[in-house]
Design a protein around this ligand. Structure first.
Ligand code: GLU
Length: 449
């Protein structure tokens, strides 16, 4: 129950409007619980209907995506784009291709994206999109035909000043390439800034691929330094997932002196007590597009076990969940605490259930929520947009340096906001409030209501 009668009314209406959108309710409730600490000081929010507007997407687009498989059969998927908020900049956020994609998941992701993008300090609104298409087991040609059909519909809704999609689960460099090719064909114009995460030869930014994972480690390192006078050096790290975020988080954590001992995919996890060999993982996951199980067949001394949740039985000092939403429940969180972890930072979006976060915080672990911790990906997308506008490319070092600066700033803004609203060190509250104050201020300034 929320203390503020206004916030409770807004939340009740969110549920009444879309009773089955559980992930969306979860994301909204977490933010409203944080706003509960400040809303009394801001009567203008209620007067101007700011929070009602904030939880309602500006636009929800749903469309049919027909495509032809390699057997010549027509298949039909459902595509979406949630243009949630354009208060502080063009809509910005990734596309997810996964069989679980539905309106609830995309609305939660789009909603989170508003605050995450606000925290980066760059002028980007919030959006998310995707389709219930499963790229797993599809041929390159099938993925290409799917992407072309998806963009045939999506192209009319996006643009460098309108809405700039990028990747997310199931959408990487290959998919962005096919999507951009189709956009360019349909529009007859080379608008590089319409998508981010592009290949380097057609307007992509150096360090974008690494950015989410690296950024997660930069923020975590700053959090360890400022809140515990500690660092990654000498720590044991467990990272769930084995996609882009997990792989580059493992790379940076290792570079900062930690030992990463486990990674997972949706089938199971690998444990390598000597430290995961990342060149092998990159070859398996990024080149061969195979399952993580193969690692245990190829690296002596490592083991594989079925079931992705089992990874959290592996003891660690620092846990970086980088797979997908709601992976860590209360019971799993208790195991992580019991095994002696000191910090958890979310690389995936909303990987920890609210009860799990409570367990971490009550046990005194450092906890960095996704909208702060994984903002490095979209921040570097913002840097890609800047480079596209300048028709210029920065070096890897230059982009990486800006990314580090952004992540350090996000940590401090988040921490400071937590102190200002009497919840010192609660970075969930800090991230929600720091992200929200900026968006709400702009909504008031622009007189949207
Ligand atoms: N999908 C990423 C995220 O969750 C990146 C989005 C982007 O680069 O626009 O933030």
């Amino acid at each position: 129950m929320l203390k503020s009668e206004y916030l409770q009314r807004v939340y009740t209406q969110v549920i009444a409007r879309d009773p089955d959108q559980r992930e969306f309710h979860q994301a909204v409730l977490e933010v409203l619980e944080s706003l509960d600490l400040i809303v009394e000081k801001h009567p203008e929010y209620e007067k101007h209907g700011i929070i009602e507007a904030f939880v309602e997407p500006e636009r929800v687009i749903s469309f049919r995506v027909p495509w032809v498989d390699d057997q010549g059969r027509v298949r039909v998927n459902r595509g979406y784009r949630i243009q949630f908020s354009s208060a502080i900049g063009p809509y910005k956020g990734g596309l997810r291709f996964h069989p679980t994609v539905n309106l609830s998941i995309l609305k939660f992701l789009g909603f989170e994206q508003i605050l995450k993008n606000s925290l980066t300090g760059l002028p980007m609104g919030g959006a998310k999109g995707g389709a219930d298409f499963d790229p797993k087991g599809k041929s390159d040609n099938e993925v290409m035909r799917f992407c072309q059909s998806f963009m045939t519909e999506l192209n009319r809704h996006i643009g460098q000043f309108v809405d700039v999609p990028a990747g997310d689960i199931g959408v990487g460099a290959r998919e962005i390439g096919y999507l951009f090719g189709q956009y360019r064909r349909i529009r007859g114009s080379y608008d590089a800034g319409v998508l981010t995460g592009k290949g380097l030869a057609f307007g992509g930014s150096l360090a974008r691929t690494e950015a989410t994972g690296y950024g997660l480690c930069y923020l975590t390192e700053e959090m360890l330094k400022c809140m515990k006078n500690d660092s990654f050096a000498g720590k044991t790290v467990v990272i769930s997932g084995s996609g882009n975020v997990a792989i580059f988080a493992a790379e940076k954590a290792t570079a900062l002196g930690a030992k990463v001992v486990a990674l997972s995919d949706s089938n199971g996890y690998i444990h390598d007590p000597d430290g995961i060999k990342l060149d092998v993982v990159k070859d398996i996951k990024l080149k061969r597009r195979a399952r993580i199980k193969v690692y245990a067949d190829e690296v002596p001394g490592s083991t594989y076990a079925d079931g992705f949740r089992g990874i959290w039985n592996v003891p660690c000092d620092i846990a970086l969940p980088c797979a997908t939403q709601n992976e860590i429940d209360e019971e799993t969180a208790k195991i992580i605490v019991k095994n002696g972890a000191m910090a958890v930072a979310e690389g995936a979006n909303m990987p920890c259930r609210p009860e799990a976060i409570r367990v971490f915080q009550e046990a005194g672990l450092l906890f960095a929520p996704a909208k702060a911790a994984n903002a490095g990906g979209v921040a570097t997308s913002g840097l890609e947009m800047s480079q596209n506008s300048m028709r210029y490319s920065w070096t890897f070092e230059e982009v990486d340096h800006r990314l580090q600066e952004i992540m350090v700033n996000i940590f401090h803004n988040t921490y400071d906001a937590s102190v200002e609203c009497d919840a010192p060190g609660d970075l969930v509250v800090g991230a929600n409030i720091a992200g929200f104050l900026k968006v709400a201020g702009v909504m008031l300034a622009q007189g949207l209501i």
